[in-house]
Write a protein that binds this ligand. Sequence first.
Ligand code: FES
Length: 144
Amino acid sequence: MKRNEFLTTLTGSFSVACLACMTSACSKEDNGAPGAVNNPAPASGFLINLDSEIKAVNDFVARSGYIVIRTATGNTPASFSAFSSVCPHAGATVEYKNSTSSFLCAAHGSTFSGTGALIQGPATRGLTKFDVEITGSTLRLKNQ
Ligand code: FES
């Protein structure tokens, strides 16, 4: 093999290897935002006893990576909103402020409306929302 042929082969192999690395690195981010975090599926063991928790409108539970808010009276799924508390920017925990019905991520200042919609970044999308199901007085999270 001549020197020029060897260098051409070597350069081509290196380019393919670099392209594979770049593709792999990009696949770790689902929305193209630097540091974006994939939110988890709801934990099957996450339960809320509606006989003793979040009984009044705007009461909420924040635990185990989820926030569930009562938005209306009655124990029907439409009376609740449920979100991942994982900030879509870089994975810090967001807090629900029931005085303003909004969410704040103190890590870098992203804010979200009571529906989970993005109000202000650096996050580039809203919170992950979950459906709920209610059996008797037990609320569970479902995948949306
Ligand atoms: S982790 Fe950066 S704004 Fe939430």
